[in-house]
Design a binder for this molecule. Structure first.
Ligand code: 5GP
Length: 191
């Protein structure tokens, strides 16, 4: 997605540890117009996948997931990382190792929001080693629901997540695909 690549070139900063900082349009301050275009693009790419719900993980996945849900006309569920007084039992849970925070989180989704007939699209801001996606795949497996696609705003193709999703035989769409970081610059994959 050209507009997204241009924005990453303009506003992204490459940090140590292969981390791309994009906090002025995606991870802290959010650009609603760009999110709208991102949502429309996901809706276009998964239009034939029969999606009934979108799953993501709080907090950075929520903005693109909600916009995709708006364009697809389906509800969006975000897995919670923190225990909540109103989220007590009857949960699907999975363990996720956080790439940026370097800690393990339990993520949870209330069982009431997933039905066996659901075909879900997993949406997230980044795909790095695939731990967040794997946690949602684990929940989907326990809930016996079909994962019909994975859509990420930015993938770092040189890390393990891309292969993990491909090996699971799931349609993967990344709106910007990073092949490498070289001398503090982003190199996009060509295809
Ligand atoms: P994974 O679980 O695929 O290893 O990492 C994906 C999660 O870690 C995303 O939900 C995202 O929040 C965070 N993450 C991974 N790599 C980056 C990065 O380069 N920049 C930012 N801002 N977040 C990242």
């Amino acid at each position: 997605m050209k507009i997204l690549e241009d924005r990453i070139r303009r506003d992204g900063t490459v940090l140590a540890g292969n981390v791309l900082k994009v906090d002025n349009f995606l991870n802290h301050q959010i650009d609603p117009q760009l999110m709208d275009q991102i949502g429309a693009e996901f809706a276009h790419q998964f239009k034939d996948a029969g999606i009934t719900k979108i799953l993501t993980v709080e907090s950075s996945g929520i903005a693109p997931a909600v916009m995709a849900g708006l364009h697809m006309g389906v509800p969006v569920i975000f897995a919670r990382k923190h225990k909540s007084l109103t989220l007590t039992d009857n949960l699907y849970t999975a363990k996720v190792y956080s790439y940026t925070k370097r800690v393990n989180n339990d993520i949870s989704i209330d069982r009431r929001f997933l039905d066996k007939e659901d075909r879900v699209l997993i949406v997230d801001d980044f795909l790095a080693n695939g731990q967040a996606v794997q946690g949602l795949l684990d929940i989907a497996q326990t809930a016996q629901i079909k994962v019909a696609g994975v859509g990420v705003v930015i993938e770092k193709r040189f890390q393990k997540g891309h292969q993990l999703v491909e090996d699971a035989g799931i349609q993967l769409e990344a709106l910007a695909s990073i092949a490498a970081f070289e001398d503090g610059q982003v190199v996009f994959a060509q295809d």
